[in-house]
Write a new protein. Structure first.
Length: 367
């Protein structure tokens, strides 16, 4: 269970005034949720702490973290909106009310009215995107404890996540959040396919990780020799992503060329291309698998170089190369705007290109 001190460690760079606000929100939430437990048997406050911890991982501002700690007090306790505003001011109360509105939309909307649910969610978050950051963190922790709910509710919540929340996270460029939402939902939406894909992946996992470790060490050596600063990590493709690619491309697991992947983070665009050239000198690239998202970013502003090499034992390995700023945007998307600082949400709503789709949908629904 996450402790409040764990959250304070994550925000150690924040000012004393900021942490004092978080302490106040924690005490308020602890008192409001006193005696309440979740279906898992854990104290209700554990959920509030988990949500705030995820928001801290996104490096969001003190206001969002405080609202994360308080996000369920209007919905699940006797605290009123007036009391909340008196204690914490209009901005935090507004965020908590926005998160509560979305929760009530989801409770009252039949599955057959998905479009109406999306409309209401968009209208609820249009004034301040931090509302959806809170709801995405809330949804992730609820998915992690989904096994304690009845089976019909498990599937309903997981399906709603795949159809509504994961696409919104993707539109906002929040790749890490999107992937986690999809992976946590997969086994509840389609358990047969989940275990089928797991049976394909699990036997190859150990060998694949060993090959990735070797390739990582080789690339680290190449970068050191060529004086290119690089932080390299590796991963195996998540089960939902493997399943999705097999369905979308009508292919077998052996044709999922990015099952094994390495990520290289360096300090400049110039070094991104230099690293790419060095890697291609060492291993032959797979034809037609190179993508330059630095020169031509995705609609959600994602930037990276993607190539697939034929490594040892003829294993195919996807390599993503990007700068630290590109990586932060790829992981946290538009939430990166709030990193270490307070940012006027109205300015971001007006200026960020990733929100063109949101503004267009709002205009459509207003007609």
């Amino acid at each position: 269970m996450i402790r409040f001190d764990d959250i304070l460690e994550k925000v150690s760079s924040y000012s004393e005034k900021d942490t004092t606000l978080l302490q106040k929100a924690y005490v308020f939430a602890a008192q409001a949720h006193k005696g309440q437990t979740r279906r898992s048997g854990e104290p209700y406050l554990s959920h509030s702490l988990e949500v705030a911890s995820m928001l801290a991982d996104m490096k969001l501002d003190k206001t969002t973290l405080a609202a994360g700690l308080l996000h369920d007090v209007l919905e699940d306790t006797d605290v009123t909106a007036v009391e909340l505003q008196q204690a914490f001011g209009k901005e935090i109360a507004h965020l908590v009310e926005g998160a509560t509105k979305i929760s009530r939309v989801q409770e009252s909307s039949p599955e057959t009215r998905q479009a109406e649910s999306i409309r209401k969610i968009i209208m609820a978050m249009i004034d301040d995107l931090r509302v959806i950051f809170i709801k995405l963190a809330d949804r992730i922790h609820n998915l992690k404890t989904l096994k304690f709910l009845p089976e019909d509710k498990q599937k309903k919540i997981a399906l709603e996540t795949l159809e509504i929340y994961a696409p919104i996270a993707n539109r906002l460029g929040m790749g890490r959040i999107k992937a986690e939402l999809e992976e946590l939902s997969f086994r509840y939406v389609d358990p047969d396919d989940y275990f089928k894909v797991a049976s394909l992946v699990d036997p190859k996992r150990e060998e694949a990780e060993e090959e990735l470790k070797k390739t990582k060490r080789t690339i680290e050596g190449l970068m050191k020799v060529n004086h290119i600063p690089a932080k390299i990590s590796y991963r195996l493709k998540r089960l939902y992503s493997v399943h999705n690619k097999m369905i979308r491309q009508n292919t077998d697991f052996d044709q999922v060329y990015d099952f094994m992947a390495l990520r290289l983070i360096t300090n400049s665009i110039k070094n991104c291309y230099a690293a790419l050239g060095i890697i291609h000198q060492k291993w032959p690239p797979l034809p037609h698998r190179f993508r330059d998202f630095i020169a031509m970013p995705k609609p959600n502003l994602y930037q990276s170089l993607h190539t697939t090499i034929i490594a040892e034992k003829k294993h195919t390995v996807e390599i993503q190369i990007r700068t630290r700023d590109m990586h932060n945007l790829a992981e946290n998307g538009i939430a990166a705007h709030w990193k270490y600082k307070e940012t006027d949400p109205r300015h971001i709503m007006k200026e960020d290109k990733r929100l063109n789709w949101l503004r267009e949908m709002v205009d459509l629904y207003k007609e």
